[in-house]
Design a protein around this ligand. Structure first.
Ligand code: GLC
Length: 562
């Protein structure tokens, strides 16, 4: 059965749905609905202590709130709510303290704009200096949005999508230079002033540390829009002319022609989740995988009759080239490592095997030990004479979810995670990159960044938020037990440790030295992972099957003739 997730999946003729309905009936008799009234999402202005919470408060976060009214979100979604509700109450029957705490904290992180919830604050840490953690980050909000959608509360995601679309229309300037029209903000902040209506400020990179524009924001926005439409069946939002224009503006930025000889997207360092200097400039895998996924999602969302046709054609061409390039040149397994190790250099012309003139001596020693006989992964970056062999979790998981990988490659990535469990999962899932840069290399590559010292933060730190991506990739590849093991490890500590942003150390044992507590995406990432494992049909929101209509796969030797 395809792992699709849409309103029609609630059709009573569908077996899974029928089972769900029976399950639902059982559960309905177990739920005290009088308690559920208190569960509607609410602004959390007052932070009550745990002791003050009532029993219904404690029960509430683990179960779905009352279904939103039909006129609010349409009939289709109400069906989905019931489907989702039929799965959720397992946590009610067997209340898990971490889940309960997570829901409570996630609701506390909601940000309101003119009385509507429009996002979640990055971190609610009462102790650490907030810097810009009191803002709504586009990338951080994605797992929050997914959690709320899965819980039958899609309005928040809709409000966010519409609000950020308005922000895209702002003129964006750094000093006297104007950024591309389609750039989406990295983050925004709501300013509450009792004497006037709420206002907003947004950051497109002009305030960010290092002044880098977030290339990933627009991609996450498109990916979230598709997830919302898939889950709710509400095409009205994406069909709206403003929304169509927003998608086209993002595409204009990344499909423009220039001096590029590769289909991958050339980026500045720090333009994505890793938002400070870490040597990912060039063609970082995180951006390339998100680019691929966003192109596929945009193809699903664009209306050909409303100016989308030309873009769909350009998307198809780019996808074809991008898929070939990434599958061939970014892929590394034992066989390929051995090929590179034996590369000849200075080859000229179309017949070159070592096309980018990679010097075998530049292969770092650790790769030879890290590479298992069984398994493989997309490396961090490929450009002339430079291969960044580091492992990056987001890029590899998104590659699986978008079907950028072949099914064999997807399986190999999972094999590698299992084979290198101690390195990548260890005592806290999940390493954002592997391995850490140390000593002289750390100095040169990070510019002596004290936050990115070895095995900390972006430099080999462990980020609980990545659990949701791992879980989705595990489900897609039919390996849910891997996710289950990882979640168990995280579950034992996350809530007790106060939902840190990241952990430090070779195995991720220590709470990160500058990690924020109550980091929202750590909370939401955990919730999404749990809910997805419990109801794998949620996967369809963030996963795309292989496009059967794509042109035949090229081989390296004939690539120059296409
Ligand atoms: C850090 C992360 C970035 C995240 C932000 C807010 O800067 O590197 O990816 O969006 O915090 O949580």
């Amino acid at each position: 059965m395809p792992l699709g997730f849409d309103a029609s999946a609630a059709d009573p003729s569908d077996t899974a749905s029928r089972n769900g309905d029976a399950h639902l009936c059982d559960l309905i008799s177990d739920i005290d609905f009088s308690k559920l009234v208190a569960l509607k999402p609410r602004p959390i202005e007052t932070q009550r202590s745990l002791d003050e919470r009532t029993l219904s408060d404690l029960v509430s976060p683990g179960i779905s709130p009352l279904p939103p009214s039909r006129h609010e979100i349409g009939e289709n979604f109400s069906m989905n709510w019931f489907r989702s509700a039929s799965n959720t109450p397992r946590s009610l029957l067997d209340p898990n303290p971490a889940m309960i705490d997570a829901w409570e904290q996630l609701r506390r992180s909601l940000v309101y704009f003119r009385d509507k919830p429009i996002g979640t604050i990055a971190a609610n840490d009462p102790v650490e200096e907030s810097l810009n953690y009191n803002q709504v980050f586009v990338r951080d909000f994605v797992p929050s949005a997914l959690a709320f959608i899965m819980n039958g509360e899609p309005e928040i995601a809709k409000n966010f999508l519409m609000k950020t679309l308005r922000l895209q229309a702002w003129e964006k300037r750094i000093d006297c230079f104007t950024l591309g029209e389609g750039v989406m903000p990295a983050s925004f902040k709501v300013l509450h002033d009792p004497s006037r209506t709420d206002t907003m400020i947004a950051d497109f990179g002009e305030s960010a540390i290092g002044r880098v524009a977030p290339v990933d924001s627009g991609f996450w926005w498109i990916i979230l829009l598709r997830a919302y439409v898939k889950a709710t069946g509400d095409h009205n939002l994406s069909d709206d002319p403003d929304c169509q224009r927003g998608i086209r503006l993002i595409l204009t930025l990344c499909l423009s022609e220039g001096f590029d000889t590769f289909p991958t997207l050339l980026c500045a360092d720090g333009c994505c989740m890793i938002d400070r200097r870490m040597g990912i400039y060039g063609y970082p895998i995180e951006i390339q995988a998100l680019f691929f996924m966003a192109l596929r999602c945009a193809k699903f969302l664009l209306k050909p009759e409303a100016g989308g046709k030309e873009f769909i054609e350009r998307i198809d061409k780019r996808l074809h080239a991008l898929r070939y390039h990434l599958r061939s040149y970014f892929w590394l397994d034992f066989q390929q490592l051995n090929n590179i190790y034996r590369y000849k250099t200075e080859e000229y012309s179309h017949t070159a095997v070592n096309k980018f003139n990679v010097i075998p001596d530049s292969i770092p020693d650790w790769v030879f030990d890290f590479m298992p006989m069984k398994g493989g992964y997309f490396i961090g970056n490929v450009s002339p004479a430079r291969m960044d062999f580091r492992w990056f979790t987001i890029g590899n998981c998104v590659a699986i979810l978008s079907s950028l990988t072949t099914p064999e490659q997807a399986t190999a990535i999972m094999d590698l995670i299992e084979e290198r469990w101690d390195d990548l999962i260890g005592e806290m899932p999940l390493k954002v990159t592997y391995p850490a840069l140390e000593g002289h290399e750390w100095k040169i590559v990070t510019g002596c960044d004290p936050k990115n010292t070895r095995w900390s933060y972006h430099n080999g730190g462990s980020w609980p938020v990545l659990l949701w991506l791992l879980t989705a990739a595990c489900i897609k590849t039919g390996r849910p037990q891997i996710a289950r093991r990882a979640i168990e490890i995280a579950e034992a500590r996350l809530s007790k440790d106060g939902w840190p942003e990241y952990y430090d150390g070779k195995t991720g044992r220590y709470i990160g030295k500058q990690a924020r507590k109550l980091q929202t995406w750590s909370i939401a990432g955990y919730l999404v992972a749990k809910m997805m494992l419990e109801d794998p049909s949620h996967l369809g929101m963030v996963s795309l099957e292989e496009d059967k209509k794509t042109k035949p796969y090229l081989t390296r030797s004939n690539s120059w003739t296409c």
